[in-house]
Design a protein around this ligand. Structure first.
Ligand SMILES: *Cc1c(COP(=O)(O)O)cnc(C)c1O
Length: 373
């Protein structure tokens, strides 16, 4: 039996990818603690040529995203590598609702006169198609953070573009299990592997994947120049974590669907945003485009910021913390995060983990009672 990507289904690929077959080799991809290698082989220096364990993670994620990958020190290091490739004076278009770090990076460069920046509503497909024809970088994020709006990636990717432009998709919320942007026509797919790939909130790592040899070479060259390399322990943990990603995501998104439906009926909850709910503004695109609706839910607590903070402090099993994609559920009031003050003050983002769904619901239902005190 062949163990290549085309011969294996995704769940098997997650477990089998990146391992060697040599008798006597360790079953797991070892931590390779080496900055340099014996001369004459394919690798000389780790920052230039990577290590065998980086390559294992790159093979694995590349197979999931259906391209070839470069691993970085964090999701933001990966994003920065894409921006670093832009020519002076480039035009960039970003979603209005997108990861705040990406907005900050883009705004900082625009303030320094490096590029010209504009932003669009995630679901304004016509505006994206129009912008694609005159932008050097089309940066998409879908589903978006934290409003979970789904962009019509296929339509936007099919739009006529400037020669040499790059269309990149932040695929962190969907994960490569629910969405493969390269198959929809994107040039680059980006993952903060800090989230679902690692899955245990114990590392930061980022990955870029492309089908273009030219882009792959340029992205590797950016990593080499910038030094934004992954740590050896982080790569080991990411490989260990990703083996169970399909199980974790299946469970978490099943629970998220249940919680989203119940939250929608709850007296202390206003709007619930979850792409799997028929009430979600981009539910139809989500159904057509995503393999699953994911495990992130945003909702408004009835009441002001203080009432919402009381709810966040009252949760127990769900941890009051930022970030997402871990085995443990986390929840926070997003407008309390620096750079997110524009969001509705009582909007909460919940990342559903793999705990028992009924325990999670008891915790949420009980904590929501605190909004009325
Ligand atoms: C976390 C995150 C990032 C940034 O990744 P880091 O690993 O924290 O640098 C980018 N995009 C999205 C959607 C994220 O959730």
């Amino acid at each position: 039996m062949e163990l290549d990507r085309d011969s294996l289904r995704t769940d098997s690929w997650l477990v089998a990818a990146g391992r060697t077959d040599e008798p006597g080799d360790p079953l797991n991809v070892p931590i390779v603690a080496a900055s340099n290698f014996v001369a004459g082989g394919p690798r000389a220096y780790a920052r230039d040529h990577g290590t065998p364990s980086w390559s294992a993670l790159e093979d694995l994620v590349g197979g999931l995203e259906r391209g070839r990958s470069v691993v970085f020190s964090s999701g933001m290091a990966a994003v920065s590598a894409v921006f670093e490739m832009l020519p002076a004076g480039a035009t960039i278009v970003l979603p209005n609702d997108c990861y705040h770090g990406v907005h900050e990076l883009a705004a900082h460069g625009s303030e320094r006169g490096l590029w010209r920046l504009s932003s669009l509503e995630v679901d304004d497909t016509d505006a994206w198609i129009d912008a694609a024809g005159r932008s050097d970088l089309i940066w998409l994020e879908s589903p978006s953070n934290p409003l979970l709006t789904v962009a019509d990636l296929e339509a936007i990717c099919a739009a006529p573009r400037l020669p040499g432009s790059i269309l990149a998709v932040d695929n962190t919320f969907a994960t490569p299990l629910n969405q493969q942007p390269l198959s929809l026509g994107a040039d680059v797919s980006m993952q903060s592997a800090t989230k679902f790939i690692g899955g245990h909130s114990d590392l930061l790592t980022g990955v870029l994947t492309t089908r273009s040899d030219a882009l792959l070479g340029r992205l590797s060259a950016v990593r080499e120049r910038s030094g934004a390399i992954p740590g050896m322990l982080e790569v080991f943990l990411a490989l260990r974590g990703v083996r169970t990603m399909a199980l974790r995501l299946d469970r978490a998104q099943m629970t998220a669907a249940t919680l989203a439906r119940r939250l929608e009926q709850h007296d202390s909850v206003g709007t619930v945003r979850y792409p799997g709910l028929p009430s979600h503004p981009t539910h139809e695109i989500a159904e057509a485009q995503l393999g699953g609706f994911g495990s992130i839910i945003s909702f408004d607590v009835v009441g002001d910021a203080d009432a919402t903070d009381r709810v966040c402090r009252a949760i127990r099993l769900i941890r009051h913390a930022t970030s997402l994609g871990g085995v443990e559920s986390t929840m926070e009031r997003r407008a309390a995060t620096p750079g997110q003050e524009h969001l509705p003050p009582s909007l909460v983002r919940l990342s559903v983990g793999i705990e028992d769904p009924e325990d999670l619901w008891r915790d949420l239902d009980h904590a929501l009672g605190a909004s009325r005190r």
